[in-house]
Design a protein around this ligand. Structure first.
Ligand code: NAD
Length: 375
């Protein structure tokens, strides 16, 4: 029989060994490979994790009959932190996006994506260092859609004609763009708080308020209001089309961008392209109760199981996770190790190299990063 004191001492010892409980979600396609490579480098930092592996996506659909099982949500709610690989979303048919569902279920309202050019990456945009803060729960991604010919759609079309006089084709499908003051306020505050905590100098709100005067107009007005609370951080705003041009001309003009959902999605991929591609674009989806760290890229099904995909986007998401967990020194150490591997250019995947004869695979990149950590 173990005494109460002995049990307490055992608990303290176990907690000293296992520092962070993290939900681990390998994902679909290339997900399991890049997730495993990331887990290996995170463990090599010396930080202690207890991984709680849960499945979502195709594997969960096949084995448990749902792409987003309750066990996965419960695990993330309990641990508050998850490391996730990409998940396939079948287009048009099949299950709805697991990613969107996860963000909505856990109210992960902020998508945080740092885009930085690491020395050694072949891109004309050297020195670029931009953080994209994308609103995650509203806008055209709220999932409020009306199908062509459905009775609700007919009612909606009648309502629009009655209230605005605008004639809409009867064979229309409709997706609603919803922007709230509450949603705008919290994402803009998140961007300013991030800027303040991370020594950033400027926040730019991105919108199309010249055309979408009421929805994007509300986002912009709210951003201007919130900006007044942060007189230590510069603020400006830009139209989404204009910023696309300026980003590819003068990316160094920008620091932190805050955007509604759809523009955030598109600008994120643009920025990923500027810094060297999907293979080096990390991200996190963060709410008040939980945070999921995951790369920007998808499941790249054509490379699944081939040890070909670049694990660095997920490793850099792991760096973000370490910072979130308060492991700043380990985060800096891991980021430096990844940066050194990129700069040397010997152990990188196909997407970072022009000569296909000299590329290495996913697991060799992890080996190289671990060697830097240990060296
Ligand atoms: P993708 O990001 O999977 O692929 C786009 C391109 O980038 C492809 O050429 C791919 O081969 C390449 N690429 C992506 N990741 C790479 C990596 N780590 N290393 C090297 N090359 C890489 O986007 P897609 O093809 O539009 O989407 C495929 C699936 O992923 C879809 O089902 C989509 O819905 C899903 N998706 C999931 C997430 C997520 O889980 N967070 C994000 C985006 C897309």
């Amino acid at each position: 029989m173990v005494s109460a004191d002995e049990w307490e001492r055992t608990k303290v010892r176990v907690m000293a060994i296992v520092k962070h409980r993290v939900s681990f979600i390998p994902g679909d396609g290339i997900g399991p490979e890049v997730a495993e490579a990331t887990r290996r480098v995170l463990e090599a930092t010396g930080v202690k994790f207890q991984w709680d592996t849960v499945i979502v996506g195709k594997q969960a659909q096949d084995e448990l009959g749902t792409p987003l099982p309750d066990q996965a949500l419960q695990s993330i709610r309990k641990n508050k932190v998850a490391l996730k690989g990409p998940v396939t979303t079948p287009i048009g048919t099949g299950f709805r996006s697991v990613n969107v569902a996860l963000r909505q279920a856990l109210d992960l309202y902020a998508c945080l994506r740092p885009y930085k050019v690491y020395p050694g990456i072949s891109t004309p945009f050297q020195g670029m260092d931009i953080v994209v803060v994308r609103e995650n729960t509203e806008d055209l991604y709220a999932g409020i859609e009306f199908a062509k010919g459905a009775s609700e759609t007919k009612k909606l079309l009648d309502f629009v004609v009655d209230t605005t006089g605008t004639k809409l084709s009867r064979d229309s499908a409709v997706s609603l763009k919803v922007i709230s003051q509450t949603g705008s306020r919290r994402i803009v505050r998140f961007a300013f708080e991030y800027a303040r905590r991370n020594g950033r100098r400027k926040v730019t709100a991105v919108h199309k308020a010249n055309i979408l005067k009421l929805s994007d107009g509300l986002f912009l007005d709210t951003a201007r209001e919130v900006a007044k609370e942060y007189d230590d951080i510069e603020f400006n705003d830009m139209l989404v089309d204009a910023i696309c041009m300026e980003l590819v001309r003068k990316p160094r003009l920008f620091d932190v961008l805050v955007l509604p959902n759809l523009y955030g999605d598109i600008i994120s991929d643009l920025c990923a392209g500027l810094v060297g591609g999907m293979g080096v674009a990390p991200g996190a989806n963060i709410g008040d109760e939980a945070a999921i760290f995951e790369p920007t890229h998808g499941s790249a099904p054509k490379y699944a199981g081939q040890n070909k995909a670049n694990p660095m986007a997920m490793m850099l998401s792991g760096v973000m996770m370490l910072r979130h967990l308060g492991e700043k020194d380990s985060a800096d150490m891991l980021e430096d190790a990844i940066a050194e591997v990129i700069a040397e250019g010997k152990n990188v995947t196909y997407d970072l190299k022009l000569d296909p004869a000299t590329v290495v695979g996913t697991s060799q990149v992890a080996d190289a990063v671990i060697a830097k950590l240990k060296g």
